[in-house]
Design a protein around this ligand. Structure first.
Ligand SMILES: C[S@@+](CC[C@H](N)C(=O)[O-])C[C@H]1O[C@@H](n2cnc3c(N)ncnc32)[C@H](O)[C@@H]1O
Length: 298
């Protein structure tokens, strides 16, 4: 497991980099996730957030029979259950497994796996995006889901940290004892369970060689809502480190592993760029590009 802030050949002094990242070094390694997790302590993670392979034959996976895929996922979920703090959350982001044109929503298949470990589903968040494959025999898929599970009924949820601007911030009660008073929360509204974030395609500022990166802003919202500063955030299928970046941006400690060295190298480069102040991420709250508005509404 790599425990230094940077790989050995880094030119940035460790202390300087730590200060820039508001504290603790991330823990990232090129390793199978079950092995990586063996080295982590029981109940040490506040948030485990990930997007596993979907078993659809991407560069980084071998397509397996669905039953075998589910068994692999069961082993990973079981290991994650051991690592999760009692007030912690697991967010499992998935799409569809596709077999000869028939779709199988993976969160449906994995639902019993999480339930068998006593997890409780708090939200099934729909992540809507606008770009992807154009299908000819069914409607093109333009959403995936994030199932937010908690380990107990007493869980961290910082709603104020993720409120979004209200549509009508000056709306007031019309009648009754509160007539004339603001009807909404002045801090903004609950973001709801349908999230619209552009997916990371070629013109996205965060695009790397990875075919399916998380947009950092998506993980930032989960980090802010489900953890406190100083908490540990882990991604067992880390890819190019988007979850670790989201954790570091908000003073959390990032953990992650991936079996592809090329992705782990990029994750380290992104962490270094963050420490140098040169990493570009799409800012939270930036409106989605709208071609009908001047300058796309930006
Ligand atoms: C959907 S991608 C995740 C991408 C990531 N969310 C990001 O933002 O870059 C799934 C990743 O899981 C990795 N992977 C597959 N099997 C693994 C295993 N057994 N242990 C660790 N990583 C694995 C793949 O290499 C791939 O990068």
């Amino acid at each position: 497991m790599t425990l230094g802030l940077f790989p050995p050949n880094s030119e940035m002094p460790e202390q300087q980099a730590k200060a820039r990242l508001k504290g603790t070094a991330p823990h990232m390694a090129c390793e199978d996730n079950l092995r990586f997790m063996e080295g982590l302590a029981d109940e040490s993670m506040k948030l485990i957030v990930t997007s596993p392979p979907y078993n659809i034959g991407k560069d980084y996976e071998k397509k397996a029979p669905l039953e075998a895929y589910v068994r692999q996922q069961e082993a990973v979920v079981e290991a994650c259950a051991r690592l999760l703090e009692p007030a912690g959350s697991i967010c499992w982001q998935t799409g569809n497994y596709v077999d000869q044109g028939e779709i199988v929503p993976l969160d449906v298949v994995l639902y019993p796996v999480f339930k068998s470990h006593g997890f409780k589903l708090r939200n099934r968040i729909v992540w809507h995006f606008e770009h992807g494959l154009h299908c000819s025999k069914r409607l093109s898929g333009r959403y995936e889901t994030i199932n937010w599970w908690t380990k107990s009924d007493t869980y961290t949820f910082n709603l104020d940290a993720v409120r979004v601007p209200s549509k009508y911030p000056n709306k007031r009660h019309f009648k009754g004892p509160n007539a004339g008073k603001l009807s909404g929360n002045p801090k903004g509204k609950n973001p709801g369970d349908v999230w619209i974030f552009p997916n990371v395609k070629s013109n996205h500022v965060e695009k790397t060689i990875h075919p399916c990166q998380f947009p950092v802003e998506l993980v930032e919202r989960l980090v802010l809502a489900l953890t406190d500063e100083g908490d540990c955030v882990f991604d067992p299928y880390m890819g190019v480190g988007s979850s670790v970046i989201a954790a570091l941006l908000h003073g959390r400690v990032g953990y992650g592993c991936d079996i592809e060295q090329a992705y782990v190298d990029i994750a380290w480069q992104r962490v270094q760029a963050l420490a140098h102040g040169t990493l570009r991420t799409r800012p939270m709250g930036k409106p989605v590009y709208d071609p009908t508005k001047p300058n796309g509404g930006h």
